[in-house]
Design a protein around this ligand. Structure first.
Ligand code: ZN
Length: 499
């Protein structure tokens, strides 16, 4: 498959991309001013980073001292096994100062990656900017089609027990290989590096970052439903039970539809849209082949979203079974604004998507080579619990809330996904868990309840404001009491006939 190799090589080049100033992307992420950046980075400063053109990806076990553990209090385990969290290191460097964190590349080979000077300055001995870019874009993944896709098997055509057997076998294999942990144990490496640097700047430089979310909210919450089949249109109770929970909790949500299945659902989708819910794209069908299709086939499939865009003003996408490639992102980039096909962390993966996945952050970011905003899916999901055999409502909710508590501390997006399918989501304990989860979010005064489309618009506005702060020294003010109302989408007229 030469084209796949080429695609992978192209993505690996991320680590060699030109990045303007050392650590500048991290300062922009936090929305610190250029003055703070100049004061903090350079000689006689709080933080020193390296731009390393010859750095290569390494992973292993990350060990860190109590100083670092204090700064990243939410990750304070003392050591972390890094799998997808590559660090770009130049081994010819000879780090100086008191070591605060090490990467154990292999037994007995420890490489200091953060040190502290006698002036209490923190020195990062790996390429933070490129490492973040690399991990965030999952540049280590080879984006190969799973075997069943290569064999042309559509899992939705298999009897449920065969599908379960296949998924459980795959899960057992990944567990044996040590490539998965338990649900909710996610390591968000990008968040860890950015969080650590943000803490150092706040404490050493007394600087204030730009708030992440409107109206002083600490984190954002969005919920979406993937409509893999036409089941919820043929049995409207399936759809209604989710919709009534959403609306009882005052949440507008995103309904991600497979265009081939939507004919019987037109009235239901129109009604959802008329009530302010979002309609998004979940592929033309759910055969798991979209991400690996030929350019012509992919273009033909992606073109089908244009009807959704003109009819419902759709801006969002999640790939069937989360299967994604840079080619797919480029194709979607022409027609849509945001994507939710990635997860934040590698751990807890129990699905047909790549085992080694995870963008390492619960914050939105622009995907490499596109103008698509990635809003990763971050809350443990219904069918993960189903495949792990968790059938207790309290266990499900506590695992989800544990993960949301971490996201809240980081100020990220709690992005929850459920499936309106007869199996497994609509089992009574799953519905009960969903109601608990949504009630919890609705009652959290520090949560900004938004649709993914609103998060997309907000994040772009915040980034534009930070860009102004950076270039002109003054930000405009996207944070206002009415921000939530302003961000509500104007309902487009139904200007075209949906065929
Ligand atoms: Zn799906």
């Amino acid at each position: 498959m030469p084209s796949k190799r080429k695609e992978h090589a192209e993505f690996m080049e991320i680590s060699q991309e030109y990045i303007p100033g050392v650590l500048e992307p991290v300062f922009r992420f936090w929305g610190f001013s250029r003055k703070t950046y100049r004061d903090a980075v350079g000689s006689g400063c709080a933080i020193i980073g390296e731009s390393l053109p010859f750095a290569l990806p390494h992973y292993g076990t990350l060990h860190y001292s109590p100083v670092v553990a204090d700064l990243i209090s939410t990750e304070a385990h003392g050591q972390i096994q890094l799998r997808n969290s590559w660090l770009l290191i130049d081994e010819s460097l000879r780090p100086e100062g008191e070591p605060l964190a090490w990467l154990e590349i292999r037994k007995g080979l420890r490489y200091p990656i953060i040190t502290r000077t006698s002036e209490n300055d923190f020195h990062f001995w790996f390429d933070v900017d490129r490492t973040i870019q690399f991990v965030q874009n999952e540049a280590h993944l080879r984006h190969a089609a799973p075997l069943y896709v290569k064999l042309g098997v559509n899992p939705h055509r298999l009897p449920r027990h065969i599908r379960d057997l296949a998924f459980h076998s795959m899960h057992a294999l990944r567990r044996l290989r040590g490539s998965i942990g338990s649900i909710g144990q996610g390591l968000a490496a990008v968040d860890m590096w950015r969080g650590l640097i943000g803490q150092i700047i706040e404490t050493q430089c007394d600087a204030t970052p730009t708030p992440f979310w409107p109206n002083g909210k600490q984190y954002a919450c969005a919920a979406s439903h993937d409509l893999d089949t036409a089941a919820c249109f043929l049995k409207p109770k399936l759809l209604e039970q989710f919709r009534s929970i959403d609306e009882d909790c005052g949440m507008l949500t995103a309904w991600m539809v497979v265009t081939a299945n939507m004919a019987p659902g037109r009235a239901a989708l129109d009604d959802l849209h008329d009530h302010g819910h979002e309609i998004g794209f979940h592929g033309t069908n759910h055969d798991h082949r979209l991400a690996f299709a030929s350019p012509a086939e992919m273009a033909r499939r992606v073109a089908e979203v244009k009807t959704l865009v003109s009819y419902y003003g759709s801006t969002g996408f999640r790939s069937p079974a989360y299967l994604r490639t840079p080619n797919l992102y480029r194709a979607i980039d022409d027609v849509l604004a945001y994507d939710m096909s990635m997860h934040d962390a590698i751990e807890g993966v129990c699905r047909p998507s790549p085992a080694n996945e995870g963008c390492g952050t619960c914050h939105p970011f622009i995907l490499h080579g596109t103008d698509l905003l990635e809003i990763p899916t971050t809350v443990p999901e219904d069918w993960q619990f189903d495949l792990m055999g968790v059938t207790d409502c309290d266990n499900i909710v506590s695992s989800q809330l544990e993960s949301i508590a971490r996201i809240k501390l980081r100020g990220g997006v709690a992005n929850a996904l459920t499936h309106t399918e007869p199996e497994p989501t609509t089992k009574p304990f799953m519905i009960q868990a969903y109601r608990h989860l949504m009630t919890h979010l609705a009652n959290d005064e520090q949560a900004w309840l938004a649709t993914p489309g609103e998060i997309n618009r907000w994040w772009r506005m915040r980034s534009a404001s930070i860009e102004m702060l950076w270039t002109h020294g003054v930000a405009f003010a996207p944070v206002s009491a009415s921000a939530h109302d302003i961000l509500r989408p104007q309902k487009p007229r139904h200007s075209t006939t949906l065929t």
